[in-house]
Design a protein around this ligand. Sequence first.
Ligand SMILES: Nc1ncnc2c1ncn2[C@@H]1O[C@H](COP(=O)(O)OP(=O)(O)OP(=O)(O)O)[C@@H](O)[C@H]1O
Ligand SMILES: [Mg+2]
Length: 254
Amino acid sequence: MEATTEATTEATTGATTGATTGATTNATMEATVIETTALSKRVTDAVGTLTILDDIDLVVRARETVAVVGASGSGKSTLLGLLAGLDRATSGTVALLGQDLGALDEDGRARLRARRVGFVFQSFQLLGHLNALENVMLPLELAGADGARDKARAMLAQVGLATRERHYPKTLSGGEQQRVALARAFVGEPTILFADEPTGSLDATTGDGVMDLIFALNRTLGSTLVMVTHDARIAARCGRRITLAGGRIVPTTD
Ligand SMILES: Nc1ncnc2c1ncn2[C@@H]1O[C@H](COP(=O)(O)OP(=O)(O)OP(=O)(O)O)[C@@H](O)[C@H]1O
Ligand SMILES: [Mg+2]
């Protein structure tokens, strides 16, 4: 299919929709890519109801780099899952690229993710029976894009793994596996990249290299980055920090 044309049209219409539904009245401001209102997540079991996220109001604009920080168990991964449409809110709304995620069914959310969203996780989550190149090609093939092999090769080269195309994940180091995962996340030129502790399983030096790549690819593609991290140095590299505590956003001055 005309992947490039469609992606470009999508990006344009998505940004326009986001701008009109967002809170901004200033035409010079970047479009809103994520907007939540009174977003809450509660889980109920035999013992009672646990409020994981409570009344979260959040706006993220195009090209922002946002770090989500907070103690273990404060709800960071839950928030990321809700923003990305991987999980459903108990109450409140999430608009992703101008689309109300609560109004989309599972297929609709999956389509939006496939076209516009990239993910990177702490645990890489590569498919063990596919080699590096096949892992990177996968999202393009699922989206029915043309030229998947060439695009995947070019992206693997960008993350410095041109000579490792045929390696299977278990024969790659942790840092190499995460670079394959980055290539897979960015190959579809996502509008938004969500990353949940992307360097959490790597040593400091390898992690720094992976972070450099994330920021560089993000800049090159003009995408928006929302990243959970426990590392204050990484959080400091982001344009904005959001701190969660007790299921709420802690007001900060920056
Ligand atoms: N499906 C669920 N059922 C019950 N409790 C859940 C569920 N999902 C998350 N929780 C609880 O919600 C809280 C927040 O979890 P979450 O994984 O979002 O934390 P986090 O901030 O990402 O923590 P970490 O830094 O350890 O990754 C935790 O106490 C967790 O046990
Ligand atoms: Mg987490």
